[in-house]
Each structure stands twice: as structure tokens, then as C-alpha cells.
Design a protein around this ligand. Sequence first.
Ligand code: PXG
Length: 469
Amino acid sequence: MNSRVAAKTLSTKELQTLDSAHFIHPFTDHADLATRGARVITRGEGIYVWDSEGEKMLDAMSGLWCVNVGYGRKELAQAAYDQMLTLPFYNSFFQTTNEPAVKLAARLAALAPKVDGRSFEHVFYSSSGSESNDSNVRMVRRYWDLLGQPQRKVIISRHNAYHGSTMAGASLGGMSGMHAQGDLPIPNIKHIGQPYYFENGKAGETADEFGLRAARWLEDEILAIGQDKVAAFIAEPIQGAGGVIIPPATYWPEIQRIVDKYGVLLISDEVICAFGRLGHWFAYEKFGYKPDLVTFAKAVTSGYVPLGGVMVGDRVAKVLIEKGGEFNHGYTYSGHPVSCAVALANLDIMEREHLPQRVHGEVGAYFAKRYAELNDHPLVGMAESCGFVAGLVLLKNKQKRERFNPDDAVGMICRGHCFRNGLIMRAVGDRMIIAPPLTMTHADIDELLRLIRHALDLTQHDLHQKGLF
Ligand code: PXG
């Protein structure tokens, strides 16, 4: 494309043609996309986005689980502008640092709650969740090397987990479709089952009983591999991309007991769950466990600019710093001044507007109550939420808990009805999920629930016509 084209305002059709000619999208079937043309999102304000045809949509996915403060925040733009003029970039490799990165690290350390005297005084920066989890692999292995236990290499994760899309991120994740492309997982990554009660609970087993059973799969795996070979366990507090899988209350305490018993490091991947999403700054506080490393990204800047990182707990930091010498790892953009300046301004908004507290308190309770009402819909099984993430499963027969045939792609049918009717909701197989901005008011929540119910009604009608329901 020449520069004249770049300067001109393009029609939707022109943009779509250029898009399929030049832009390889993430996780997309390009041949399929070329037949329909990508939807062009042009602007956002508050909880809404608009496309190039002027359609307004309530963005119940906060972009991609990240725009926690909503769209159109001028002070985030101002923070980026000011920082770009002052110092757009400098590296933090050769014994240099910059003011926003330092201030942000100290602020994150102060926000991360201490559990049983364990604290997070240190931060390692990256630009994304995937990179952060790569850093976790490097850090965990370095830790055990420094302690004279280099054989402790195996990191245990879970099926249907999502930890990113780099080689290590995709390997840590438990998505079979991702593993099938490119010889993944890389060596020394193992997976256990996920704590999905609806799917894996046995007849007559309570959710709490199932939670204990699912946690003990970790103990079985540690014993099968050999305790002296296991470096860490990594998990999302609630699985996000896997379909908003909320573990039973017994799960996390039992996981804590097991990692403590075998001395295994615990990595809490909070790329989705931190920064108010579950009503706390960090999600481990919600579930009361004690991670050694916490992955963050996304909402640290509300997605306005890329930033990720790892909160490094005392146990690991002490060894890395006191015994470590040089850690041969880092990124050009580790501690990027513009990203860190935007993150600071984003945390200002979250604090000023008490966003985690709103989710934790009355607004979150209202959302939970309204969302749970969806359980009375004929298509819906197990509509449940935690903070501002929520999921439900579409059921063919509610009384018999019968699922749809995966080939019928009912989730995609429902997602289509959402999109055409002004709602962005995500489908993961037959699960419909949301993670709305934390700024939602009662009126916004009412509107969201009206839109979801309308889309479910249309889906039911459609499936009925197709003979599927
Ligand atoms: N960990 C978790 C828990 C995530 O949710 C990542 C790591 C990777 O972050 P980056 O910034 O490298 O993408 C994520 C990202 C989806 C979807 O379909 C979810 C994510 C990314 C893309 C799509 O729900 N989460």
C-alpha cells in the first residue's frame, strides 16, 4: 500500500480487502475470514465499542479481558503523551532504570497482599502474558539450579489451561489444538485434569468433594514424576480462555497443602484475574493461597498499551538476588517507560473509583444475582460468576444435563446472535462467557442481562428451527 492509501479514509470493504491481503490475525482461519471480511472496530467509549458501519456493541469481554477501566480514558492517553515527550524509551539492561518503571514496581509491591508474612517486593517486566510465563519457566529453573537441585525441571499445569501462545506459554497451556501444531509441549511440562465440576464431577459427588479429588490429581502427578523432579505448579485462579471454569471452594486450599508438602513452587497466572476482576488487586487473595510467582499483564494498563510481568515473591527473589549473579534473561521492553506510566495512571483510576472494591461489594453482588437469574432459561446450565467473570453452558436437555454435539457449534451460533444484536460475548465450545468492564453500573448490568437473554432467546429459536433443540 502506498502512503496515499495510508492517509485516505478507507471504506469498510476497502479495509477488509487490505486486511485479508496483508494481515495475518491471531488464532484465525484466514481462508474462512477472507470469505466474510473482518469486522472493523473503530472506536470505544465507556463500556461500548463501534464498528465501521456505525453498529454499537456493549463490550462484555472488555476487549480481551483487559479494558477494566473502560474505553475513552483521556488521562491514560495524557500519561502516554507526556511520557513519550519526556522519555519515550530507554532500556533497563546495563545498570540503568527509569522513573515510571521504578514507581510502578514499588506500587505493585505495595498492592500485592502479604499472606502469612510472605510478600512480593520485586517485579520482573515483560510486554505480555505469554512472555511473562516464558520468564517464569526461566526463573523457576534458575531458582532450582541455584539451590543445587537442577533435576527439578518439571512444571505441572492443567488440561484446558491458557498460559499464552509462545513456545513455553503454549506448552504450559493445556489446549490440545495448540499442542497439535508445532511439536508441543516442550519437554518437562506435564498436565493434570481441570477442576470443572459440571463436566468431571461424578454422579452423587458434591462440588466440594470433587474439588478435593481434582486437587489430588496434582499429588498423584508429583508422586508419579518423583517429588525431586518437580519444579512448580502453574494455574489460573479461574480458567479464563478455557471457558471461565470456577473451581470448587475446596480446590485451592488442597492445592496449597500439596505444594507445601512437596516444596513445589506455586505460580498463579493472574493475567485475567488480577486488577479488580475478582474484586481484589490480586486473585490469590480471593482464594487465600500463597503463590511464589504471579503472572500479570492485560489490565495492569487496562490494555491501553502492552505491559506484562511477574510478581516475584520473597522465596524466589531471595535466591535469585542473593545467590544468583547475572540472570541471563530480559526483553528490550522490560520496564518500558510509556507502558509503566500508563499503568500508573490506570492504577490511579482504579484506586480513585474503587474498582476492586465495587466488584467485591454491592455492585459485584448485584451482578452475581442478576447473572444467576439466567439459570431459569431453558438453554442454560450452571450460569455462575465470580467477581466480574461469568460463564454458562448451553444445554440440549436441561433435565438430563445433556450437552450439544460439538459439531453443531452452538456456541458460535449464540455468539452470532450476540454480535448481531449489540453484544460482545465470547463462546468457548458450548460455554458462553463474559468479563465486562469493572465500571459497570446497575443500569449497565440490567442492559447487559437484557441483551444476553435476548441473544439466548434468539439462539433457542434458531436451534429449534434447525431441529437441534
Ligand atoms: N495467561 C493467561 C491466564 C491468559 O489469559 C495469557 C497468559 C497470555 O497473555 P498474552 O498477553 O501473551 O496474550 C493469557 C491471555 C481468549 C484469549 O480467547 C485469552 C487470552 C489471550 C487471547 C485470547 O479468551 N489470554
